[in-house]
Design a protein around this ligand. Structure first.
Ligand SMILES: C[S@@+](CC[C@H](N)C(=O)[O-])C[C@H]1O[C@@H](n2cnc3c(N)ncnc32)[C@H](O)[C@@H]1O
Length: 266
């Protein structure tokens, strides 16, 4: 008798099953530059520092950081993204943003478990790669791994959506068109917030050039800024601050993002 397929969490297959890589390619050099400068400032990065990129995707942020002289350790669950990151790192030019960086290592692994083999000077988790479980006790495990990755005194930055802004501009359906090989991909996303659980549920409909369709689901525990700060403190971080933009403005309810930064006590 065939063994029943074990029930997976959505994030264990979503990125393999969809053309999500299109969202991870950074086409706006100004935004990428602002991200690199923001991280350099808030994480107090210095040439030669060892930096952990938790849930690194295809290395869209790690590789340009490595090109600027940092040693980056990235981890991601999605094998395809790690293969692409390793290939792009080989093609990159030292000293050129986006462009061989040797001081970079990419691992396939689960960020709920993975801690780099040597402690890092700083760490980050970028572009909403956190809060995927509906259960706080699960999500906090990822923050604890980030905390354990750091040397005492090291900073960690988490890039998360700003829940008050999402609620006040709530759009139950969004459509994006992204250029892809052979035409364009049309992505329609239906979204609802379950206020009892604080979970935002999204159903994604992907229409590929040629007519093939893919449907997929995701969930995000839509933490309020205060809840994020408390989770950081429970994970051991001190000096926790919130930023609302890549320019370093303090977060307010209209800010586009909620970037939470905390320090492993010295
Ligand atoms: C929205 S993407 C962001 C990727 C990357 N941080 C960036 O800025 O390009 C989320 C990433 O988190 C990864 N991810 C989600 N859950 C993970 C887990 N438990 N362990 C490792 N990676 C995970 C996904 O595979 C995906 O690459």
């Amino acid at each position: 008798m065939a063994k029943p397929k074990s029930k997976q969490n959505w994030w264990q297959s979503f990125y393999d099953d969809t053309p999500f890589h299109l969202y991870l390619e950074r086409h706006d050099p100004a935004e990428l530059e602002a991200t690199l400068q923001f991280l350099t400032r808030v994480l107090d990065l210095r040439p030669g520092d060892r930096v952990f990129d938790q849930c690194c995707g295809m290395g869209s942020v790690s590789i340009p950081l490595a090109a600027r002289g940092l040693h980056v350790v990235g981890v991601d669950l999605c094998k395809g993204f790690i293969t692409r990151a390793r290939g792009d790192a080989r093609k990159a030019q030292p000293g050129v943003a986006g462009g061989a960086v040797s001081a970079v290592e990419f691992h396939v692994g689960d960020a709920f478990e993975f801690v780099p083999s040597e402690p890092c000077d700083a760490a980050f988790n970028w572009y909403t790669s956190f809060g995927y479980s509906a259960v706080d006790a699960e999500n906090i495990r990822m923050l604890r791994r980030a905390f354990e990755s750091l040397k005492p005194g090291g900073w960690f930055a988490l890039d998360f959506p700003n829940a008050p802004m999402i609620r006040s501009n709530f759009q139950p359906q969004m459509t994006h068109r992204l250029p892809a090989e052979g035409g364009e991909i049309v992505i329609t996303r239906d979204c609802q917030i379950d206020e009892d659980s604080g979970v935002m549920k999204q159903v994604w409909h992907w229409e590929l050039p040629g007519g093939r369709k893919i449907d997929s689901n995701s969930t995000l525990r839509l933490y309020t800024p205060g809840q994020l700060v408390r989770l950081f403190e429970r994970a051991g971080f001190a000096c926790v601050k919130l930023y609302g933009t890549l320019d370093g403005d303090p977060r307010n309810d209209a800010s586009p993002r909620c970037i939470c930064v905390g320090r492993r006590p010295a």
